[in-house]
Design a protein around this ligand. Structure first.
Ligand code: 5GP
Ligand code: ZN
Length: 137
């Protein structure tokens, strides 16, 4: 546990949060600066900075739980579309260095501006793909 981590403080009940779910491995609560109504955070109880740090046994449960939370949230706010977002590291926009998944109901494309990608450089793409395949071995 990191002393200065706000999500550790929330997980241990030292900072209040509006919780919707908790079990041995996760808590879920309303984001304090929601992108849209119903914006939730699914957070590991333990302090793991990035997805690559979370033990498989815990991470394996995250998507199933996110699915359940998203379904309940969408029903609650009368929406159908949503994003599941995990920012990993500062360059990826992660401000709180404790693993969390955003569950964000969507009404309009403007609520979550994502930059459009540029067309791939087809001279590089196969080489990057080959390096990924190598690093998977
Ligand atoms: P990140 O950019 O790290 O993926 O997102 C962190 C999220 O945590 C932000 O959406 C922010 O609004 C939310 N957040 C930060 N501090 C608190 C807090 O003390 N309580 C709650 N409920 N949400 C927080
Ligand atoms: Zn933490």
């Amino acid at each position: 546990m990191s002393e200065k981590c706000v999500f550790c403080e929330i997980a241990h009940g030292r900072i209040p949060s509006i919780r919707v779910y908790e079990d041995a491995d996760f808590i879920a609560f309303m984001d304090i600066n929601p992108i849209s109504e119903g914006h939730l955070l699914l957070v590991t109880r333990g302090h793991y900075p990035k997805t690559t740090d979370v033990p498989d046994a815990i991470l394996d449960k995250a998507l199933t739980l996110a699915k359940k939370l998203a379904a309940a949230t969408l029903l609650s706010v009368g929406r159908e579309d949503f994003n599941l977002v995990v920012n990993n590291g500062p360059l990826a926009g992660q401000l709180v260095k404790h693993w969390h998944m955003h569950i964000i109901p969507r009404r309009s494309k403007d609520e979550l501006p994502l930059k459009q990608g540029a067309p791939a450089d087809l001279t590089r793409l196969p080489f990057v793909a080959e390096r990924v395949r190598e690093n998977l071995r």
